[in-house]
Design a protein around this ligand. Structure first.
Ligand SMILES: O=C(O)c1cccc(C(=O)CC[C@H]2O[C@@H](n3cnc4c(=O)[nH]cnc43)[C@H](O)[C@@H]2O)c1
Length: 274
């Protein structure tokens, strides 16, 4: 199993590498056109060989697609193709206010053990796993509002990661699961955040690279996954509220969990577990 993980910036790459290195020291730094891959070989529970390469390809969907395509092509030409491409990094979460801790007056008393349902709304430091990777601003403004490129008769705006892998990774990392939007412009107002949620009701996070990674991977029939940790809320710009350190630490701990798990998976073309 060979996995390519693509981050935007070196700080994200290093956070991912630190997590994987908990079970596997880095074995090599390999130049590829436009970047340097950090290679690790975690030992998965099955004992099957696993190679994880981590690349910082730059900010935005174009840089992500270019870096991913270069790494995938170099591997394919060397007859060591990747089985999976992962877009990883920090992102903005579509957050809501924390629920009140006071129980409603109508709640009957219960002796049942408290349950902890899977989280559905990301908070700073939350892990988010995309069940759909969607280009949210790839299209045209029309008199009737935004039209996606697909409405104009071109291309695609959505890639679906393999559902069983999404489920396994989300469960292992206690992640929020949902649509992760890829934008070229970071959302900076409540109005824009609301508009994105209106168009994409299942959106849980936005970032700037996932669709680029997934598009490059799809061009080579490689499945894609997107994993984000939340550094800020999507909406009005508030740099003082960013939790970048917390999100980077969450990225490290998420990939310490995810890396060994990846080695237990193989994919058929439909992306189902074999
Ligand atoms: O200057 C700002 O107001 C601002 C607000 C949030 C993020 C940025 C960035 O330049 C970070 C871009 C970088 O990090 C990912 N990221 C993190 N948070 C978000 C977000 O809320 N919306 C989109 N992308 C985000 C992104 O994937 C980039 O790699 C600036």
């Amino acid at each position: 199993m060979r996995v390519l993980i693509v981050t935007a910036v070196p700080a994200e790459r290093d956070a991912v590498v630190r997590g994987i290195a908990a079970t596997a020291p880095e074995v090599a730094e390999l130049p590829v056109p436009g970047g340097v891959i950090h290679r690790l070989s975690p030992v998965p529970p099955t004992g099957r060989p696993l190679t994880v390469d981590v690349l910082a390809a730059g900010v935005g969907p174009a840089a992500a697609a270019a870096g991913t395509a270069a790494a995938l092509t170099a591997a394919a030409v060397a007859r060591t193709p990747y089985d999976l491409a992962v877009s990883a990094g920090i992102g903005g979460g579509f957050t809501t206010m924390p629920p009140t801790t006071a129980a409603p007056a109508t709640t009957p008393p219960t002796t049942a053990a408290p349950t902890s349902p899977a989280p559905t709304t990301p908070r700073p430091g939350s892990v988010v796993v995309a069940d759909a990777i969607v280009a949210a601003d790839l299209g045209a403004e029309t008199p009737d509002g935004f039209a996606a490129v697909t409405d104009l008769g071109f291309g695609t705006v959505e890639h679906l990661p393999p559902a069983p892998l999404v489920a396994a990774v989300a469960e292992a990392t206690d992640a929020v699961r949902g649509t992760v939007l890829t934008v070229s412009t970071v959302t900076g107002s409540a109005e824009r955040a609301a508009e994105l949620l209106r168009r994409h009701p299942h959106a849980v996070a936005e970032a700037m690279e996932g669709f680029g990674v997934a598009e490059a991977a799809a061009a080579q029939a490689v499945p894609a996954l997107e994993v984000r940790t939340v550094s800020n809320a999507v909406g009005p710009r508030d740099r003082a509220a960013w939790r970048i350190g917390e999100a980077m630490e969450a990225l490290t701990s998420a990939f310490a969990t995810i890396a060994p798990l990846l080695g237990t998976w193989t994919f058929d073309p439909e992306g189902t577990r074999q």
